[in-house]
Design a protein around this ligand. Sequence first.
Ligand code: UDX
Length: 462
Amino acid sequence: MSETRGVSTIQDPSNEAAADVPDSLCVTVVGAGHVGLVTAATLASMGHEVRALDADAEKIRSLEAGTPWFFEPGLEELVRRGMDEGRLTFTTEGAIALAGADIVFVCVGTPARENGDANLLAVEAATVDIARHARGRLVIVEKSTVPAGTSTRIRQTVARERPDLIDQIEVVSNPEFLREGSAVEDSLMPERILIGAESEVGLQMMRRLYASLLERGVPLIETDIVTAELAKHACNAFLALKISYMNALARVCERAGADVVSIGEVMGSDARIGPHFLSAGLGFGGFCFPKDLVAFERLAESLGYEFSLLREVTRINDEVIAVTREKIREALWNLEGKRIALLGLSFKPDTDDVRFSPALKLASTLLAEGAHVVGCDPEASHAAKEEVDGLEIAPDAYEAARGAHCVVLCTEWEEFTRLDLNRLRESTAYPVFVDGRNVFDPLAMTEAGFAYIPTGRPLPKV
Ligand code: UDX
């Protein structure tokens, strides 16, 4: 199967191949991380029997007590419901998790190697484990973001481990598009489901797995495997490109005296561009965009194509941190000994994830300049403190701002948008406010007495 089959909104697949596939499937999810745990809990809520496998005993202990080991809105409720209904279990034992599974999702991490390549060691280890425990017909689903061509490696590994079963094991690519902070919502009602398969059998099994979503009209896009694998990198890289475009535009706006927020509105009202991912600011972070960009560029290079556009996206994103540091320096003169308050430490709101967080990159660069940096975050303070040596943590924004020479809004948590600006300003030593996400109304900030420094917007006239 190599052709792209296009988009379909299948009501109920009832052809022959689907006829012998049971309604409720036995699913194993390997890797109970940000993607795996959400996938497991969502599939359990659809009525499947789901076992989540993770090598980390501490994580599994916490999950067995009904508590996800990371913060994600709505996830704890979904996990507990799955457990109460007897459809969701957790284990560290491959033999228990994998025995009798119809479908196994590979949701292990694919971090970047030193050279930027995706490190697929965990995917290989999971494949070996799955193959060794397989007893019969089985679909292996690539859910982790992997470079195009990984399915061939998975098949090769299965063939080496279990030559007896190779005709009964299908490999399917079903990339996730969930966003941290709204991962549960994104999984319960995705914008689309993408399935790359090499046979009708694998495809039919996946249609049956997602039958409840397809019945509700969620579009299904069916492709060959390599197309599905590449599509995931293509989406993430394009979204990152939109953000870097807006950040480069912000630099031009700052020089021209134009407003990047208004330009974003103009651009977003053009249906061909679309209104999303047009916010300039401190740039993108998280475990996906930065590593996927580099991995995608490396993949293209390995195929003989220099995708230099992707390098530029990363460069512009890195530049944002230095630009922000220089804005603070310009406002404060010397950075040494200055107290700088960072509001928001997670890489985006509604998550406690600080991996590749722009806020922490800024904290590190300010600390390296001799500044005293105090951060606060509704969920990510603990993780941030572990990550950045010398970062002080305050319980809230007012405490962080106490005696600060500059306050920087790094992550646009909702609670920061409701701050009492007069109270905040009264806490500070110098009333300097850098808005790294363009959250505040420039006039309101000026009226509250702040020297307000937005991103890519003209300074309000006083
Ligand atoms: C991303 C993809 O959106 C998702 O489809 C994929 O499955 C995983 O990677 P996520 O990393 O959770 O999801 O975050 P996302 O909401 O995409 O934001 C990524 C980063 O971009 C954040 O740091 C965010 O603050 C930043 N961003 C987003 C901007 O700087 N400007 C914008 O306009 C939008």
